[in-house]
Design a protein around this ligand. Structure first.
Ligand SMILES: C[S@@+](CC[C@H](N)C(=O)[O-])C[C@H]1O[C@@H](n2cnc3c(N)ncnc32)[C@H](O)[C@@H]1O
Length: 355
């Protein structure tokens, strides 16, 4: 029994079966025992590796993308760089190093904000970013959007709790609930049916992600937001638990393994508005468009033989379609349609006409 399982069982015994979103919320974000509040998720020692933890090239390329976006926003003297869900702070560290080196004027004018829910990860971020002046926010409500703002979120959207529904008839679904029976957490379908405009056997929805995106759209009046995550254009059963780089059962060690769901990018576009939101581009193509292969080639030229394999392997993992290149997608939202966004394409500016 984990501490979180005790809490889940008690909740179920008091109030009856809970939905998947409540289960995820408790497993990941319980204020004392939740996965993101108490565990070390990232890196080879942790349960999974994210793109910034694979190689500094990822953060450097996003730093170059931020610099380009800042130029498109008209080089504001004061502006804000907001990272949502910054994990260990590695991505921000690599982006800031690039900005400081490549475009000091852009770096000097930046107010840097980290939006982070986990007090434990905030300490890691502080230790990783001692050279920079950083402010933290617990939620979007605490972020001031008076300055032009560039938002970056890598693997944030997949960490929002989802609900799951099983099809019983055309557009008729029963919600998948979790109960506790015979000493075990078990699946249990709701008695009531819900009408949902889908046809898949399993539907996943994320109220938490939708309300985050709606609030961002409401508050961001001048700027661009970039999200990178794994996902696709459909809904289905994508909920998974990961421990030590392996998939495990959803009910395996609640609170000690990560839980995520693929992002439905069609939904992200619908919520943010297709007129202002780019198409979701495979991450390999996005990184290719913003110049990762050129950066890797430059690094390879100067690299020691021992570093060469590392650079080649990182490039392969980030870009190859059988690695992260296809499963992960990048998507951007802009508040103004008058400029383009490097590496991404909008309805008003199809790929063939993009600069
Ligand atoms: C999967 S990790 C990704 C970390 C990092 N971006 C990376 O790529 O290594 C998700 C991050 O989002 C944070 N997070 C999850 N939900 C959040 C929320 N509602 N508000 C702010 N941060 C959140 C987690 O604590 C964690 O830092």
């Amino acid at each position: 029994m984990t501490a979180v399982k005790d809490i889940l069982v008690q909740k179920i015994q008091e109030s009856g079966p809970m939905n998947v979103a409540e289960y995820m919320e408790t497993c990941l974000y319980h204020n004392e025992h939740g996965y993101y509040m108490s565990q070390t998720p990232f890196g080879t020692e942790g349960d999974f590796v994210t793109a910034p933890e694979i190689s500094q090239i990822f953060g450097e390329m996003l730093g170059a993308w931020v610099a380009d976006t800042w130029i498109k926003l008209g080089r504001p003297q004061s502006w804000q760089l907001l990272e949502a869900g910054p994990g260990n702070g590695t991505l921000m560290k690599d982006m800031l190093r690039t900005l400081k080196y490549a475009l000091p004027e852009c770096y000097e004018g930046a107010a840097i904000t980290l939006l982070e829910i986990s007090p434990m990860l905030k300490i890691k971020q502080r230790d990783n970013l001692l050279d920079h002046h950083i402010c933290w926010a617990n939620s979007l409500d605490d972020v001031n959007f008076d300055l032009p703002t560039i938002v970056v979120g890598n693997e944030l959207l997949d960490a929002f709790p989802v609900r799951q529904f099983t099809k019983v008839a055309d557009q008729q679904y029963r919600e998948k609930l979790i109960t506790y029976k015979d000493g075990q957490l078990q699946w249990h379908n709701s008695e009531n049916t819900t009408n949902l405009p889908f046809n898949s056997e399993i539907v996943e929805t994320s109220d938490a992600m939708e309300s985050f995106l709606c609030k961002l759209k409401d508050k961001l009046t001048n700027g661009v937001a970039l999200f990178i995550d794994y996902g696709d254009h459909a809904t289905g059963d994508s909920l998974q638990a990961i421990e030590k780089h392996q998939k495990v059962d959803i009910f395996h060690k609640p609170g000690l393994s990560d839980l995520t769901a693929h992002v439905n990018f069609d939904n992200v576009r619908r919520v943010l508005g297709a007129d202002r939101t780019s198409f979701a581009e495979p991450m390999g193509q996005f990184l290719n468009s913003i110049g990762l292969p050129m950066r890797a080639a430059a690094l390879l030229e100067r690299a020691e033989p021992s570093q060469k394999a590392e650079i080649e392997q990182a490039t392969y993992r980030l870009m190859h379609p059988e690695q992260m290149g296809q499963t992960f997608k990048a998507i951007a939202y802009r508040t103004d349609n008058s400029y383009d966004v490097a590496g991404l394409y909008f309805e008003s500016q199809p790929k063939s006409h993009a600069a």
